[in-house]
Ligand binder design. Sequence first.
Ligand code: GUN
Length: 297
Amino acid sequence: MAEAKIIDGHAFAERLRGKVAKQVHELRDVHHITPGLAVVLVGDDPASEVYVRNKGKMTQEVGMKSFEHRLPGDTSQKELLTLIEGLNDDPEVHGILVQLPLPDQINPDAVLAEIDPAKDVDGFHVYNAGKLAAGLPALVPCTPLGCLMMIKDTLGEDLSGLRALVLGRSNIVGKPMAALLLGENCTVTIAHSRTKDLAEECSRADILVAAVGRPKMVTGDWIKPGATVIDVGINRVPGAEEGKTKLVGDVDFEEAIKVAGAITPVPGGVGPMTIACLLQNTVTAACAQNEIEVPAV
Ligand code: GUN
């Protein structure tokens, strides 16, 4: 059997950012609206710093306004909630993202609940989670949204009747991913750490989305020949050289590529898509707030 097609997340994300840039242009020229995204970072976690810097850079590159709020690590929950209230009321801000994780003194659920659901471009507010679960239009978390786009780019728009297995049940990836695939009329199974016969469950899936954070857990013999495999895992493990580390997914890529029909690599698969989807969500939010259609470009 031929090796799987490798789904190039960088190329896909670049195409999506190009589309968003055109939408932003049209919103400015036709409707005189410039979408604005506010990103809030509390503390100085190095990985979060990198994310936030990249988000700001890409927001400006597509022509949107970027607002960055950096708060010290000892910021109180009340101070953060007051900042969010201000962003909720700011007409130049169409999307709000509070970078996670937050320091221990702040309850993330209280913070996410404070964000105006219309500006919740992370799609983490229970209002948006509920709308997605009910099959209503919602702001959808960026990672599963990007995964669905890549699945449709691989298999076509019609996913009806395909068997989908989502490995992982987090609120950020697993649950919204399952809801999106159900919305596409897939037959969806959610598997997790207590699932019996995990290998057998996986081996029936036409679409397999792995999001458990366990390095190389999904081996080649778990995969249905020809399946589309989306690997959301980003796990840092010891590298070949002493003292070096490398990133691997939840899927054993070397084995899976011999069996799957298409597969996302780690790194370079799902990861690059998330910021592009965040930009798309900001355009979606700006349009909804102004009661206009998202420009077809
Ligand atoms: N931290 C890592 N990824 C994300 C994300 O997608 N959204 C937020 N808010 N925080 C994160």
